[in-house]
Each structure stands twice: as C-alpha cells, then as structure tokens.
Ligand binder design. Structure first.
Ligand code: G3P
Length: 218
C-alpha cells in the first residue's frame, strides 16, 4: 500500500519523506488555507515546493466547478511539475473534465467520493485515483472502511486501473484496516504514519538490550 501524507505543511512533508516511506502528498483547499497559502502565484510556488521534496504524486485541487474552468485550471496545475496529480471533485462537470484531462494524459485524483456509484463513474471517466473519505463517513455513523472494501471489489471485477486512495484517514487502525482490505493508497496526517512506530514492548525490549550490552562491556 502506498502512503501519502495529507497536508500542505512543508516541514511535515519533509519529515515523512525523510522517514523513507512516503509515496506522495495530497492537499485540498482547506489544507492550503491552513498553511496561509493564498493568491495564484503563492499557490503555484507552494505546489512546486512540495514537488521538490517528494518523488511523485502531488495532488493539487482545482477550485473551479464548471467544465471549462476545471479543464483550464487542471491544465495549468499539471504544467507546474510532472509530479502533479490534478484533484477534481465528484460533480457532473468534474466527471466530464476528468474524461477530457485524462484523455490528454493528465493524471486525476477524483475527490469527495462517498459512494460506490461515484467511484464507478470516476473510474469510467479515466481517473488515476479515487478518494473515498472514510473518516467523514464514520462521522455520520456510516462504515467508511466498508466503502473502501466495496470499491476495491468492484474495480477488481472489471480490472479498472484506477487506484483506491483512502482519504480522511484519522488514526492508525484506519490505516491498518485499509491495508487489510486492499486499498492501493492511504493518505493521512503525519501523526498517523508515525503512530505505526509505537509499541511499548519495543521500547522495553530496546532498553533491556542496551542495558545488557552496557553491563557486558563495562
Ligand atoms: O484527504 C481528505 C482529507 O483532507 C479530509 O480529512 O479529516 O478533514 O475528513 P478530514
């Protein structure tokens, strides 16, 4: 399973990359606003700065919601760097734009997916990734992981090449369960990735190994 980090914070992206396990980055307008990135030039420069840290797969989301403007904004975002994946919301004009831009060879991440039907539409339109938001489904007492499992099964039935990118991953168990059910990618905050490191028996075991080594060598 690929690990993407879900943030626009350059320090966190660098930290995850330095860990050696990062396959990409997802951003969205809320995450860009959280970092105080505003204005067209600053936004472009920030995406470029992210691309300069990681090897591939930097999702940059369009703001436009009508076909013509989604397509022109998507083309501009794709020009920033070959690592850019254009993120388009699951709306009617978004589906049309996914078809148009993917036909030009631009990789698309279709976002705000909350049903299997939406995931089928995105795959048929040619999206490289679909992003079902599992945490937000859990928030409204709906099983987010069950949706991931359903989409993985449907894509397997027909050999769709679209990758299932589990988004709105809130904690380590979400991440582990995504791996169990075969999500292609999970995107999550840094603390979820580093949370995988932790086990008290590891800490106790290391402490004993080092103490025994010190005793034997003193
Ligand atoms: O990748 C989508 C993500 O940014 C949404 O996460 O926690 O706001 O539901 P959250």
């Amino acid at each position: 399973m690929k690990f993407f980090i879900d943030t626009a914070n350059l320090d966190e992206i660098q930290e995850a990359f330095d860990l050696g396990v990062l396959d990409g980055v997802t951003t969205n307008p809320s995450l860009m606003a959280k970092e105080g990135i505003t204005g067209e030039d600053n936004v472009r420069n920030h995406y470029k700065a992210i691309c300069d840290i990681v090897d591939n797969n930097v999702s940059a989301e369009v703001i436009a919601t009508d076909f013509d403007n989604i397509v022109s904004e998507g083309r501009e975002l794709a020009k920033i760097d070959d690592k850019i994946v254009v993120k388009i919301p699951m709306i009617r004009d978004g589906v049309k734009a996914i078809k148009a831009l993917s036909s030009e060879g631009i990789r698309i991440n279709c976002t705000l997916i909350f049903s299997a039907g939406q995931a089928i539409l995105a795959a048929k339109a040619g999206a490289s990734y679909v992003s079902p938001f599992i945490g937000r489904l859990d928030d409204i007492a709906t099983d987010g992981l069950a949706l991931i499992e359903q989409i993985v099964g449907i894509y397997q039935n027909y050999g769709y090449e679209t990758e299932v990118l589990a988004a709105s991953v809130r904690h380590t168990m979400h991440l582990i369960q995504c791996a169990e059910i075969g999500a292609d990618v999970a995107t999550c905050p840094l603390n979820v990735i580093t949370g995988l490191l932790k086990h008290p028996l590891t800490d106790i075991g290391l402490e004993k190994f080092l103490a025994d080594h010190k005793k034997a060598n003193s």
